[in-house]
Write a protein of this length. Structure first.
Length: 161
C-alpha cells in the first residue's frame, strides 16, 4: 500500500510540473468559530499540508470536532495583488474533498467519510528571500449554524528545479 501511495504522489508531481516551480508547506492551523457555542470546538488543528505549484493540495489535521481529517483539493489564486512595501495581499480559494466529518457537522456532507469543501481565502505574503516567502492564510467557511474563520501559516519555496 505504501508503494501505491508513493507512486501516486510521484505521478501527481510529474503531471503538475512540480519539478519546475514551487512547493508550499502549510502548518499551525487555527480557527475561530462563530457558531453554536454549546459545543467545545477544537481551535488548534495540528495542520500539516503541501501544495504543488500553487495548485494540487493535500493536508492532514485534527478538525474542529476533534476528528482526524485529510483534505485533497486544488488551490486557486488570483494574479492581482495589493502591494504595501514588500507585503503582498491577494485573494484565493481552495476546493476539494475532506474526510473526518459527520453529517450533522458539515453542510457539504456526501457519505460516511467524504465531504466537499470550498474555502475563499485572503492571503498576506512577505518575502524572506528571493525564492522563499512566509504567508498568513485566512479563510472562511459557512455551516448551518454560523461561520468559521480558518487561519494557517505557509512557507513557499519557488523555483526549486
Amino acid at each position: 500500500m505504501k508503494w501505491i501511495s508513493l507512486s501516486g504522489l510521484l505521478f501527481i508531481f510529474i503531471t503538475t510540473n512540480a519539478f519546475s516551480t514551487s512547493l508550499e508547506v502549510a502548518f499551525l492551523g487555527y480557527s475561530n468559530h462563530y457558531v453554536d457555542r454549546d459545543y467545545d470546538y477544537k481551535e488548534h488543528h495540528q495542520l500539516i499540508g503541501l501544495s504543488i505549484n500553487n495548485g494540487f493540495s493535500v493536508a492532514h489535521f485534527v478538525n474542529s470536532y476533534h476528528n482526524k481529517s485529510t483534505l485533497i483539493g486544488w488551490k486557486f489564486r488570483m494574479d492581482d495583488e495589493i502591494k504595501i512595501y514588500d507585503l503582498s495581499i491577494h485573494l484565493g480559494a481552495v476546493a476539494g474533498v475532506v474526510t473526518g466529518y459527520e453529517q450533522d457537522q458539515i453542510i457539504t456532507y456526501i457519505n460516511e467519510d467524504i465531504s466537499l469543501y470550498l474555502i475563499p481565502q485572503l492571503i498576506f505574503t512577505y518575502p524572506i528571500t528571493d525564492t522563499i516567502a512566509l504567508s498568513v492564510v485566512n479563510g472562511i467557511t459557512a455551516d448551518t449554524t454560523g461561520i468559521t474563520f480558518i487561519h494557517h501559516l505557509q512557507l513557499s519555496f519557488d523555483n526549486l528545479f
